[in-house]
Design a protein around this ligand. Structure first.
Ligand code: FAQ
Length: 317
């Protein structure tokens, strides 16, 4: 069979909604697109632990601390599934980490903003995990099997994260005037960066066309962003909080909420490494990697020893 035959067969399988597995034939562009997206996604989960980790020791009660700790550990797990999924396509973990530490690889812009107080734990859970769920539920139907399967568990866990964030905000909104003000201030700061999580507008998105053709992505960036606005507005009303967008208005004709202009200069600036926390986030990850070298070395030495022992036992038998 020629490459063209393989490619025709591949797209026929995609069109029948069959899952593509790591050892199946796939176009090089499909493999590269997946590694790029899964690696960026994995890096986001791992870097995304940092803004909330600052608050484990500052949680206002033991219950809050336990829930936050569990959430952050979940994010670590998500990162690990995703690195493993990228490895099934031949990516090397050390290279992926190196790309993160040298600034070559991207991760979600949202994690380059600072967490200023406890209300930010609520805003991250509600808005950031909320946006992540809307983006990731369609990925459960991604054409690449390992990514789709990883997303099923990830989405279940993200739902718990979103609920715990909403509940933190609800408690603040039902508290003192100052606590409600803290929640509002937090939403004011996190709303627009959360809107940016869905990526550039459809007309600027460079990867969407191929990713949608190959069913890696099922919906465009703007479609998912609109879903996020539509889902968030009624929830903000329950909290009694205002989304910081004077142009937010229900459109009777489209049955959606119209929203204001996103500051794409800010988005591009953050993605290019110049956001408020880019440098400290990457440094924290690099330091963790360097300081953890002895653990990786010890684990490798132990597994090598085990392998040798098994070999020796086999030879003696
Ligand atoms: N930040 O052509 P498109 C989470 C890049 S997980 C930085 O539209 P694509 C859980 C994009 O990579 C959050 N860069 O790209 C959690 C591309 O760059 P490249 C992460 C961005 O891939 C919660 C270029 O711009 N979720 O939050 C961003 O088709 C709380 C052009 O863009 C995922 O990664 C951005 N916001 O669509 C953890 C989900 N947006 O490589 C801890 C999976 C775009 O061509 C605490 N990923 N770029 O140079 C996706 O669904 C897609 O990759 C999109 C972007 C939708 C993010």
């Amino acid at each position: 069979m020629t490459t063209l035959d393989f490619e025709t067969q591949f797209f026929a399988r995609i069109n029948k909604d069959e899952k593509i597995e790591p050892k199946d034939w796939m176009p090089e562009k499909y493999r590269k697109t997946l590694i790029r997206q899964m690696a960026q996604h994995a890096h986001s989960e791992i870097v995304g632990m940092l803004p909330e980790a600052n608050y484990i020791s500052r949680a206002p009660s033991l219950k809050r601390k336990a829930a936050l700790l569990a959430k952050i550990q979940d994010e670590a797990g998500h990162g690990l599934y995703l690195y493993c999924a990228a490895e099934t396509l031949g990516a090397e973990r050390d290279n992926l980490m190196d790309e993160l530490h040298t600034g070559k690889a991207k991760y979600s812009s949202i994690f380059n903003y600072p967490t200023l107080n406890w209300a930010d734990m609520g805003a991250i859970g509600w808005l950031v995990d909320g946006a992540a769920i809307l983006n990731q539920v369609p990925l459960c139907k991604c054409s690449f099997g390992p990514y789709a399967r990883a997303m099923v568990r990830v989405c279940k866990e993200e739902s718990f994260h979103q609920r715990q964030g909403f509940e933190i905000l609800l408690a603040l909104c039902n508290g003192t005037v100052e606590q409600k003000q803290m929640a509002q201030d937090s939403i004011n700061r996190w709303w627009w960066p959360s809107m940016m999580m869905f990526g550039p507008s459809d007309s600027e998105s460079t990867n969407s066309e191929y990713s949608m053709k190959t069913k890696i992505k099922r919906f465009s960036n703007d479609e998912l962003r609109q879903r996020f606005v539509d889902a968030s507005k009624p929830q903000a009303d329950i909290l009694g909080l205002t989304l910081p967008d004077p142009l937010l208005k229900y459109n009777e004709a489209t049955k959606h909420w119209d929203y204001g202009q996103i500051d794409w200069d800010e988005f591009n600036n953050v993605v290019q490494g110049n956001g408020p926390c880019n440098k400290i986030r990457v440094k924290a990850r690099k330091d963790a990697w360097d300081n953890g070298k002895w653990v990786r070395d010890a684990a490798t030495a132990y597994s090598e020893k085990q392998r040798q022992r098994k070999l020796e036992t086999k030879q003696l038998a």
